[in-house]
Design a protein around this ligand. Structure first.
Ligand code: 5AD
Ligand code: SF4
Length: 434
């Protein structure tokens, strides 16, 4: 009987993609996926280290898994991802139920770790994905594709440059091959992933360096691919050719995640973001000039050490000025080993809570207004799957709104036109256009 693998994924979309590829590696070793930890022969936690809370979840989940291991000593438990990279040895010390820890750049060596245990947090020079067979896919019209990993930006608060390592771009020919294979399997929308995806500069088939814009143009030419997205980006890497691509490529969806973190120049400098608030606003203006219907999303950190009320007010003002389609907001969390850790005056927790609530109020007001503005419009919707109600299908608008409507099941995987009738708390509903 085939062995069973249960993977629990935390954190960002790159982890989601890595988890899929780990299923691929272990499928070649005879493991089938399961979504029940109780019946697994191998349990992998694919972890996130970005904020303190995310890292703590791993230890509590391991505590919950311990009885499974006690009942069945042949069960293997492994910790993957950024917590494994940052504190692999410590995990094995703190939780003896764990057999091995594997960092994000060593996943192709998973079978050896499963067999022998231990810690592998090396940063090999090779492209790990080259040695990771693709997992058999569940039929879905959308897919992720990691094109770049790591980050050289060293924002003062961020662990990514330490857990994921230096910026590495995968060769373009390999990515085009993977994109074609996805299209052949019925994928209509690909989201290109990278911690700093717009800094992509991979080797092209012609030997020269390809930019993200070039890569997007080529993937847009693949038959069957109808939508492209990319995430996540740093403002300083929004090059002219990438901005131009937003104007030229109809398949590139008009929705851009462009984190700014703060609206205060003093805080941005302390964060080592290397741009001012005005630079960001001017950039958004240029992007909107190239693609007028583009919507923005972003990331914000409130309560960075030393942030004053006046500085926070500048963040609020920036959020108001941009008018985000959506955004992620976080309270600053000190991460061991980062330049900001232990430096400067910590903002008290209740102040962080209060600032977060005020920022969220602005963001959710704008998000709601944007969603409501879709009512009465005819939108192209990529149909993903059946909805909860009888005969209902659900898909995504160009701006990632969930859209519900009555339609035949055969529309799954197609882009159809939907007249939007109503805006609910979390989704739109409408009628299939004739
Ligand atoms: N504390 C709070 N938020 C953080 N982020 C990254 N590091 C931290 C931290 N130490 C946020 C940033 C980043 C997003 C992925 O997570 O906003 O863009
Ligand atoms: Fe972290 Fe993003 Fe800054 Fe890189 S650019 S250090 S991943 S916040």
């Amino acid at each position: 009987m085939a062995k069973k693998l249960f993977v629990k994924t935390y954190g960002c979309q790159m982890n989601v993609y890595d988890s899929e590829r780990m299923h691929g590696v272990m499928a070649a070793e005879g493991y089938e996926p399961t979504d029940r930890a109780e019946e697994a022969d191998l349990i992998l936690l694919n972890t996130c280290h970005i904020r303190e809370k995310a890292a703590e979840k791993v230890y509590s989940e391991l505590g919950r898994l311990k009885p499974l291991k006690e009942a069945r000593p042949d069960l293997k438990i492994g910790v993957a991802g950024c917590v494994a990279q940052a504190e692999g040895e410590e995990i094995l010390r703190r939780q003896p139920a764990v057999d091995f820890a594997v960092g994000p750049q060593a996943y192709h060596r998973l079978p050896a770790l499963v067999a022998n245990g231990g810690v592998d947090t090396e940063f090999p020079l090779e492209d790990k994905f080259l040695r990771m067979p693709a997992a058999p896919r569940r039929r879905a019209p959308t897919a992720f594709l990691t094109v770049q990993e790591g980050c050289d930006k060293f924002c003062a608060f961020c662990v990514v440059p330490y857990t994921r390592g230096a910026e590495v771009s995968r060769p373009a020919a390999r990515l085009l091959g993977e994109a074609r294979a996805l299209a052949e399997q019925g994928v209509r929308e690909i989201t290109l992933l990278g911690q700093n995806v717009n800094a992509y500069h991979g080797e092209g088939p012609d030997g020269g360096d390809w930019t993200l814009a070039r890569l997007l143009r080529e993937i847009a030419g693949i038959e069957g691919i109808e939508r492209l997205r990319y995430t996540t980006s740093h403002p300083n890497d929004m090059s002219d050719d990438l901005i131009a691509a937003h104007g030229e490529l109809e398949k590139l969806m008009p929705y851009l995640h462009l984190p700014v973190q703060s609206g205060s120049d003093r805080v941005l400098k302390a964060m080592n973001r290397r741009h001012r608030a005005d630079d960001y606003l001017a950039l958004i203006e240029r992007i909107r000039a190239a693609r007028p219907d583009i919507a923005l999303s972003g990331d914000f950190i409130v309560g960075f050490p030393g942030e004053t009320e006046a500085e926070f007010a500048q963040t609020l003002a920036l959020a108001e000025a941009v008018g985000y389609g959506s955004a992620f907001t976080f309270k600053y969390s000190s991460r061991p080993g980062t330049p900001a850790a232990g430096v400067g005056e910590q903002v008290p927790e209740p102040v962080k809570d209060e600032r977060l609530a005020r920022l969220n109020a602005v963001i959710s007001r704008d998000q709601k207004a944007f969603q409501t503005s879709m009512v009465g419009r005819r939108l192209p919707v990529l149909v993903e799957k059946a909805g909860r109600l009888d005969g209902q299908m659900v898909g995504k608008s160009p701006w990632l709104h969930a859209v519900h409507f009555l339609a035949p099941a055969e529309t799954a995987g197609q882009v159809v036109m939907v007249d939007v009738v109503e805006s609910g708390p979390n989704s739109l509903s409408g009628r299939l256009a004739a």
